[in-house]
Design a protein around this ligand. Structure first.
Ligand SMILES: Cc1cc2nc3c(=O)[nH]c(=O)nc-3n(C[C@H](O)[C@H](O)[C@H](O)COP(=O)(O)OP(=O)(O)OC[C@H]3O[C@@H](n4cnc5c(N)ncnc54)[C@H](O)[C@@H]3O)c2cc1C
Ligand SMILES: NC(=O)c1ccc[n+]([C@@H]2O[C@H](COP(=O)([O-])OP(=O)(O)OC[C@H]3O[C@@H](n4cnc5c(N)ncnc54)[C@H](OP(=O)(O)O)[C@@H]3O)[C@@H](O)[C@H]2O)c1
Ligand SMILES: *[C@@H]1O[C@H](CO)[C@@H](O)[C@H](O)[C@H]1NC(C)=O
Ligand SMILES: *[C@@H]1O[C@H](CO)[C@@H](O)[C@H](O)[C@H]1NC(C)=O
Length: 548
């Protein structure tokens, strides 16, 4: 039966492609299929989502798979294409959306799909869901939207509406994070009058920095310098042997004073470089909360011209206001201002809820314990986190639109990958259910971890429900306390915490955690994709296949 597979990967973005590639390498004769709802691979970076001017936040050299360094000679190549295209392409079905997942006999899965060719369900032994955090738009429909009479779309569809950059005179952009910046910049730089609306009761404008900070250091690389990662309180930070230093930093008064200094210095550097104090309009874009509380959406100016100059010149006007309602070609704000608009773009982010594919009777991709037990265990995890990291007690005051966090239960996954109830069955994994700035490194390590996990070949794996729940709660509750201005409890958010996270995975895999030549480089040299090249071979070397 052609609908039977050993492994199905859902989603062909960075994470799905890496997972499929590594699994295939280790299981060359198995029957593997990648399902992708859109017409091409790349996910966020798929052809049809490349809007005018889109660039990565990362500079060249940090947004590439460890085993596929991006050759500057072939610079036009996009990430998805770096996997040997023919290998995966033959195994991919595009325009095929997975609608639901249900269990089938012998611990297999049955997937209900929609596709133009055939809606015949697919069964598979193992399943990897890699559907991304930026696939489903959060697209508010403001009162009066039906009267607006012009293009009204989400930033995800900016590529499809890109001709409006040439045709519109006035555009309203809603949102205060990187997509809003990108869209506002693109219009304003082409001579369109832009009004940027940031809601007053939310997180406020995003932290955005030049790629290079003080002393010519590259910001995204600092996030992967082991010594600096210690300044972020993290319950899985001690794999590489810096536990004592971390405990001192976060557990003592003087340590915490240093940690505070570190973050204040970082924030002040960015504030000064942006010159927020120099102009009242730019001042409106100064972030409201310390960068300490901000996760991975810390952004980078990657525009040909200066964004703030467009604001100073009035080409982008900033409003801290709510949208009250829309009328024909007008946006009415809560402040009473009425803005002319040919186009409204909602750069309002994404629906970050875990995918709800599992709604069969008895489905439980959460914790095995009863709700009452969970309440107790969550309180215990919170207590442990706040005792180890007292700094996290002192939470920022957030506006009513975003606080208290009403997003519900976080995605409770072991190692941010496996639902607790499936640790024993080893037939289900989530790849990329997190946000990291070193996406490619994390995607590669998760891919190898998942493959080894499916084969029962991890050197270290929690075995009892108790042990699994304890770790899962400690790790997932941490997100809530650590990044209230980022993904918070919704998903692990790992700017400074991604290196400790891959350490954790590598330790499970029995791979080298400290990968630098000596202790000095280990502490002070940044980790890049090049440090994780050949990981699969290294693992195979340590886990040779026994002859049957
Ligand atoms: C505009 C933009 C720019 C970004 N820039 C950066 C950057 O510079 N640096 C950085 O580190 N991060 C950046 N990010 C974050 C980025 O999302 C991640 O780096 C990375 O691309 C995520 O990869 P992924 O594989 O998890 O998800 P995705 O790339 O989103 O891939 C998921 C795939 O799953 C498919 N899919 C979803 N649901 C289904 C379903 N039910 N059935 C079948 N297929 C499905 C989707 O169509 C998609 O192709 C950016 C995000 C956006 C939106
Ligand atoms: N490489 C690049 O250049 C690039 C480009 C785009 C995105 N990205 C990355 O992609 C990720 C997502 O970024 P994003 O900007 O798309 O989404 P995001 O970070 O989730 O930001 C969404 C914005 O919309 C606002 N918002 C949400 N609902 C709203 C509503 N109903 N009314 C008014 N405002 C509302 C939010 O405000 P609140 O704070 O109040 O919730 C927030 O400012 C980030 O990691 C980012 O760095 C990168
Ligand atoms: C389940 O596995 C058993 C033992 O391997 C096999 O005999 C049986 O046919 C399988 N059932 C199905 C529905 O595949
Ligand atoms: C990113 O930061 C902005 C600005 O503080 C905030 O509005 C937004 O909600 C954040 N998004 C995520 C996904 O963390």
């Amino acid at each position: 039966m052609s609908t039977d597979y050993d492994l199905v990967v859902v989603g062909a973005g960075w994470f799905g492609l890496a997972a499929a590639k590594v699994y295939l390498e280790l299981h060359p004769i198995e029957n593997i299929l990648v399902l992708e709802s859109s017409g091409t691979c790349g996910g966020t970076w798929a052809e049809n989502r490349i809007y005018p001017g889109l660039k990565s936040n990362n500079l060249h050299g940090t947004y590439e798979y460890p085993d596929f360094p991006m050759d500057p000679e072939v610079y036009r190549v996009r990430p998805g294409e770096h996997i040997p295209g023919d290998v995966l392409h033959r195994r991919s079905r595009f325009h095929t959306r997975v609608d639901s997942v249900e269990p089938a006999p012998n611990d297999t899965w049955k997937l209900q799909i929609s596709s133009p060719d055939s809606n015949e369900p697919i069964t598979t032994g193992k399943l990897i869901l890699a559907t991304g955090l930026t696939s489903t738009p959060n697209f508010p429909q403001f009162p009066g939207v039906e009267k607006f009479q012009g293009p009204y779309f989400h930033a995800k569809d900016f590529a499809r509406y890109s001709e409006t950059v040439k045709t519109a005179d006035n555009v309203v952009v809603i949102g205060g994070a990187k997509s809003a910046y990108d869209v506002a910049y693109t219009y304003a730089d082409s001579g369109v009058q832009v009004d940027l609306i940031i809601r007053p009761d939310g997180h406020g404008p995003v932290w955005i920095s030049n790629p290079y900070v003080d002393f010519g250091l590259r910001l995204e690389k600092l996030l992967l310098v082991r010594f600096l990662t210690c300044f972020s309180p993290c319950p899985f930070g001690d794999t590489a042997g810096l536990g004592a230093f971390r405990n001192w930093l976060h557990g003592t008064r003087i340590g915490r004073w240093l940690v505070d200094k570190f973050w204040v210095t970082l924030g002040n550097g960015v504030i000064a470089a942006n010159g927020y104090a120099s102009h009242p309009e730019i001042k409106k874009l100064q972030p409201w909360n310390s960068p300490f509380w901000t996760g991975t959406n810390l952004s980078i100016y990657n525009y040909p011209h200066n964004f703030n100059d467009l604001v100073k010149q009035g080409k982008t006007r900033v409003h801290i206001a709510n949208v009250d309602h829309l009328t024909e070609h007008e946006v009415h704000l809560s402040t009473g201002d009425i803005l002319k608009a040919d186009v409204v773009v909602c750069a309002t982010g994404w629906d970050k809820k875990p995918p709800s594919y599992f709604d069969y009777p008895g489905a439980n991709i959460g914790l095995p314990q009863s709700t009452e037990e969970q309440t107790c265990l969550i309180a215990a995890a919170d207590n442990e986190i706040l005792t180890r990291f007292p700094r996290l007690r002192d939470q920022p005051q957030l506006g009513s639109a975003v606080a208290p966090d009403t997003s519900g239960d976080p995605h409770r996954l072991y190692r941010f990958i496996v639902p607790p109830n499936f640790v024993q069955t080893r037939n289900l994994a989530f790849a990329g259910a997190l946000s990291a700035i070193c996406t490619a490194i994390v995607a590669n390590s998760q891919a190898l971890w998942i493959s080894a996990f499916f084969d029962g070949k991890l050197d270290r794996l929690a075995s009892t429900d108790e042990e699994i729940t304890r770790e899962v709660l400690l790790h997932t509750q941490w997100g809530k306390w650590r990044y209230p201005c980022g993904y918070g409890a919704i998903a692990p958010d790992m700017p400074f915490d991604a290196l400790p996270y891959v350490d954790l995975l590598h330790k499970d895999l029995g791979l080298r955690v400290k990968r630098k030549a000596n202790w000095f480089w280990e502490l002070f040299e940044w980790y890049g994709p090049e440090d994780f090249g050949g990981l699969v071979d290294e693992w195979v070397g340590k886990h040779p296949v026994k002859e049957a």
